[in-house]
Write a protein that binds this ligand. Structure first.
Ligand code: NAG
Ligand code: NAG
Ligand code: NAG
Ligand code: NAG
Ligand code: NAG
Ligand code: NAG
Ligand code: NAG
Ligand code: NAG
Length: 757
């Protein structure tokens, strides 16, 4: 096995030989290597060309906010790492390795500060990634510190790094070993793209800082999500469930940023719980899943709108996502039975979970979830848009002059604390239960562990072997984790370096009456409700008599898997099995936030004890990811030559393909630029009308000869039903690597023209 990016990796030595064999076992198929979605020809498959051609918008009245003024800023930057040859983060499926790009992914930064005490401010980052991460956060803190000067105000205490929980972006950037396993380790380039983009987005937000107003509103999006773990939810007390209409939260909260100077809106930040698993596990084109769709759709819709400032930024942040799914048609058995999966264990007639797959709203298009992803994104866009358009006649102003935040690290291993009723309980080192291996109906597991597995010997000897190779939990750990049967005792394994976080980030942010819980774990629906309610009650004294509004964002800062309620934990479906720190994880998170709420008081000074520093594995991580060796054009050809031209004409709705002599896109990520473009002819000039940010433009890279370094790039424009008729051409921007010396050389390709009518 070879390695690359030696600055970030150390050579695997003898000490890790045993480890490599563990790796190989994982390579056999690990937790969730399944095949989801069915590939068959696309029918009637096209998207609206979001926004640029949206229905005419009436100019909106810029209602003067009745709120207080804050220092506000927004910024956005590209974080699209290597789109090929890197395993994706999310489904933990070794075979899900990138082959191209559907839509670039971004970091969006929102800064809120106190106009009177400008040092009191926070940064809320929304990354189109699976989650926040300890190493990525270290990198962002270092990058911001390196900016010097005014940037010294941003740091450990006030930067929140949240992920949208998209499952189709490049991986290999995780700090801990377990999530690195299915991406073959750590990749410096993938990591650096996220860090650099995040820092750039903060810089842009900082440069846009101005006085302005914040208003919030909400809408119920009833058709955007569903519970994928109803059986566990039903274990919560009936009296508690009776307080809610739905078994997942349907409410989206929208926070609007409006600058005072001219009343223009600079951005929105929304929270809505739905998994970023619309795109199935067997799609290998990078995209930001449904929230990525909604974000770009909103931003494009604001282009040229009278009430919106240039550079409008729309962040669609994740909420209590744990047990939600975007697969709104429910979970079905793809075994010809026509049955839905079992409520209790998400299994099919064979008693196994592998055939159980969630179906999105446009499942019938059988397209790897792409059309459903766009649809669930659009539903979130529509919801956010309806709130946005009604600000002025409805909505609530953020009031109260102060802006406060705190952050500290906390070690969850064998931590004792008191429940509300006075009983002393304990959290535990991280561990994953058997149902973790079963996966979910959004991404079923590879082996026949069923959800709710009691821990009895299973029919999967591989897992039994892996389990014993790894480490048997200590009796103390097994007792602590009860009733979870421990499959992976990750919190007690630190060879060759820690497998999972035991040290988590505890963070709260407040502006006026608006309070943000920044969760390191994916909170289930009921876990999120309990946590928000506890923080709301505790914050009531801090908001000058205004009712606090509490939202929960995450997974953030690190990736601490899930947080289910103790009752759901008792059921041990996937979410309970992935609640790392034992059945009292949620009460512990609530305790840690609520018992430090005084740091959010208007007159608060100081900060909590920063706590123990988590391990930094960025320089010590393994990597089995090879670098690019070389690129070559076949004899008689040059890079960028168009080897398969588009037809002369197409009807709108058709797919326009052009294939070029290509080179590996890992040679240059072209951040803030594009690999693919469509240009439209206007007399003698050509204007770029589509690029990598467009959902409808898809870039596919194929290595055609590994030894000689040949590759093809196909650029596919899935022309929208409402695309403008005209004359177009396809552009390809690439960079090739020489075998000797490794020089990287940029080139471009241009197709013949074609007409669209
Ligand atoms: C996607 O998954 C389906 C169902 O497992 C399978 O039939 C198809 O071949 C897969 N497609 C790709 C590109 O992996
Ligand atoms: C959303 O639905 C819930 C339950 O019906 C309701 O309590 C809440 O007020 C609704 N929110 C909005 C913004 O309509
Ligand atoms: C949190 O736990 C500590 C330690 O047991 C206890 O003293 C405190 O009262 C708890 N705080 C809250 C808010 O539950
Ligand atoms: C406190 O609550 C825990 C968890 O629900 C329960 O196990 C325990 O018995 C309770 N203790 C008392 C004294 O009621
Ligand atoms: C679900 O799994 C549990 C544990 O394996 C088993 O006891 C139970 O019978 C299963 N339920 C169904 C409906 O298959
Ligand atoms: C990691 O490596 C980089 C580059 O070699 C170096 O600058 C940095 O100090 C190292 N960090 C740690 C924590 O060792
Ligand atoms: C266009 O290219 C894509 C990506 O290579 C391929 O999947 C698709 O079948 C092609 N479509 C046509 C109409 O050639
Ligand atoms: C329970 C629930 O809200 N179900 C809705 C899920 O979304 C579909 C549309 O995709 C609606 O038809 C259901 O009513």
């Amino acid at each position: 096995m070879a390695r690359s990016y030696s600055s970030a990796s150390r050579t695997p030595g003898r000490s890790v030989v045993a480890f490599i064999s563990i790796f190989s076992l994982f390579v056999l198929g690990a937790f969730v290597a399944n095949r989801l979605g069915a590939e068959s020809p696309r029918r009637g498959f096209y998207f609206e060309h979001a926004a640029r051609t949206n229905t005419p918008v009436e100019p909106k009245v810029r209602a003067e906010s009745t709120g207080d003024k804050y220092l506000i800023g927004v910024g956005k930057a590209d974080i699209t790492g290597p789109v090929v040859e890197i395993g994706f983060a999310g489904y933990a499926d070794l075979s899900q390795t990138g082959t191209g790009l559907r839509q670039r992914i971004y970091s969006r930064a929102f800064i809120i500060g106190d106009v009177n005490n400008p040092d009191d401010r926070f940064v809320y980052l929304v990354l189109d990634t699976q989650s926040g991460d300890t190493g990525v956060r270290f990198g962002i803190l270092e990058g911001v510190a390196a900016l010097g000067g005014d940037y010294a105000v941003y740091g450990q205490g006030n930067i929140a790094v949240t992920g949208t929980h998209a499952h189709s972006g490049p991986g290999a950037w995780f700090n801990y070993l377990l999530p690195q396993v299915t991406s073959l380790g750590f990749d410096k380039q993938s990591y650096q793209a996220i860090v650099d983009g995040a820092v750039l987005s903060i810089k842009r937000a900082h440069e846009s800082l101005t006085e302005g107003y914040l208003d919030f509103g909400a809408v119920n999006i009833t058709d955007g999500n569903l519970s994928r773990s109803l059986y566990a939810y039903l274990a919560n007390p009936a009296s508690e469930r009776a307080q809610f209409t739905d078994d997942v939260d349907k409410e989206m909260t929208v926070l609007k940023f409006q600058r005072a100077s001219d009343g223009k809106n600079m951005g929105i930040l929304t929270w809505y719980p739905v998994h970023g698993t619309s795109i199935y596990q067997n799609s290998t084109h990078v995209a930001g899943d449904n929230k990525g769709v909604a974000e770009v759709m909103f931003e494009k819709a604001m282009e040229g709108e009278d009430s919106a400032a240039d550079g409008f930024v729309a962040g669609f942040s994740q909420a209590n996502v744990g047990d939600t799914t975007p697969n709104t048609l429910g979970a079905w058995c793809d075994d010809g039975s026509g049955q839905m999966c079992s409520l209790e264990n998400s299994t099919c007639a064979d008693g196994k979970s592998q055939a159980c797959h969630g179906r999105g709203p446009l499942f019938e298009q059988l397209d790897l979830g792409i059309a459903s992803c766009y649809e669930i994104g659009k539903r979130q866009y529509d919801g956010a848009r309806s709130v946005y358009d009604s600000f002025g006649s409805s909505g609530t102003a953020v009031v109260g002059s102060s802006v406060k935040s705190f952050h500290f690290y906390h070690d969850m291993s064998f931590w004792n604390f008191q429940l509300d009723n006075g009983t002393e309980v304990q959290t535990c080192p991280a561990a994953l239960g058997y149902s973790f291996a079963a996966g979910t109906s959004d991404g079923p597991g590879a082996f026949d562990f069923t959800q709710g597995d009691s821990g009895e010997p299973s029919a999967s000897p591989v897992w039994e072997v892996v389990k014993s190779l790894l480490r048997a939990p200590s009796p103390e750990q097994q007792a602590c984790q009860n009733p979870k049967p421990v499959l992976l005792d990750v919190g007690e394994m630190d060879v060759p370096y820690p497998w999972s976080p035991n040290i988590i980030d505890v963070q709260l942010l407040r502006v006026g009456q608006f309070v943000i819980i920044v969760s390191p774990s994916e909170a289930t629906t009921m876990a999120g409700r309990r946590w928000r309610a506890a923080v709301k009650a505790a914050a009531a004294d801090l908001t000058d008599g205004t009712e606090p509004r509490v939202v929960l964002g995450g997974p953030a800062n690190t990736y601490a898997h899930y947080v289910a309620t103790p009752e759901e934990y008792g059921i041990q479906r996937y979410e309970g099995a992935s609640t790392l720190f034992g059945q009292f994880e949620l009460p512990a998170y609530i305790n840690l936030t609520v018992s430090n709420i005084q740091y959010l008081a208007p007159d608060a000074t100081g900060a909590p004890d920063p706590g123990p520093t988590p391990p930094d594995n960025r320089n010590s991580s393994l990597s089995f990811i090879t670098g690019v060796v070389q690129d070559n054009a076949p004899l008689g050809k040059s890079f960028g030559d168009c080897t398969s031209q588009p037809q002369a004409s197409y009807a709108r709705g058709a797919v326009v393909n052009a294939t070029f002599v290509g080179a590996n896109p890992r040679n240059n990520l072209r951040l803030e630029q594009t690999f693919a473009a469509i240009e439209k002819q206007d007399g003698d000039t050509w204007t770029q009308v589509r690029d990598d940010a467009d959902w409808s433009l898809v870039y596919t890279w194929t290595r055609t000869d590994t030894i000689l370094g040949y590759s093809d790039v196909t650029i596919s424009w899935e022309t929208e039903a409402d695309a403008e008729p005209g004359t177009y051409r396809t552009k390809y921007y690439g960079d090739s690597k020489a075998l000797i010396g490794g020089a990287i050389t940029a080139f471009e390709g241009t197709s013949n023209t074609f007409t669209l009518s």
